[in-house]
Write a protein of this length. Sequence first.
Lengths: 184, 104
Amino acid sequence: MPAAWPEKDDHELLALIQDGSGQAFGVLVERHTERFYRLAFRYLQNKAAAEDVVQDAFLKLWENPANWQPERNSKFTTWFYRVVVNLCLDHRKRKGPVALDEDLPLIDDRAPVDEMMMRAQEQRILEREIAALPERQRSALNLCFDEGLTNQEAAEVMGLNLKALQSLIMRAKTTLKERIKNCL
Amino acid sequence: MSENQDDKLARLLRSRRTEAASPDLAARIILQAQSLPQVQNISLWQAVRQLFAEFHLPKPGYVFAGALVLGMVVGFSTAPENVQSSDASSSTAQSYIAGDEGLL
């Protein structure tokens, strides 16, 4: 692989992928797999399912790179978030609601034990309540808080206007504050 | 109080943990892609060019095909005159034969 490849931006790599470059595809996958896996995991709460979804999303891009149309999409990641979210929703429709994984390592191992226990408990309750939120509110939270997208980017991913997204986040936070008030 | 709740909720939301992906996930995806063909969306012009490329001939082939076409053109353009002259000669022969028959 030429040394300059990792410095190419996503749009350059996608243009090369459209010309059939497997190396460009490799660079793109290495660059973004972790980020999209994290998003898929938030939706599916299952490692194997999240990995499958990310793999499907990238393979669809490889098989049909013309799906990416730079003139219609501002940023590759924004467009690909939407692809991954849609695949997660399809997966959930097929497999039903997710059960929270009891083995999920929620504890920050740098903290003292009693603090760790307390945080683990808080996070478990939070995960349970987030899982109970309506789909769109959960999506808005995942995109804005986990992925660190701006509200505008999250709105684009979800196909909403900015005000609608802000309203979803506000409602989600109000519901969560009410439900986990004992932890706050 | 409400401000504190907001801050704590935001902190909790930002500190959610994820089970790490398999370290070879990216490598698996790349490997899988190598066995999948790409679907190429081509324009009409590209499709026409590809079609003509299927019928590509070496240069002597074009010369031979050109000579054949030229021969056919020349042949068709000169054929009516030949036919007329052959008609004329056959009618002369027929009148000669008819004259002979008359004598008999």
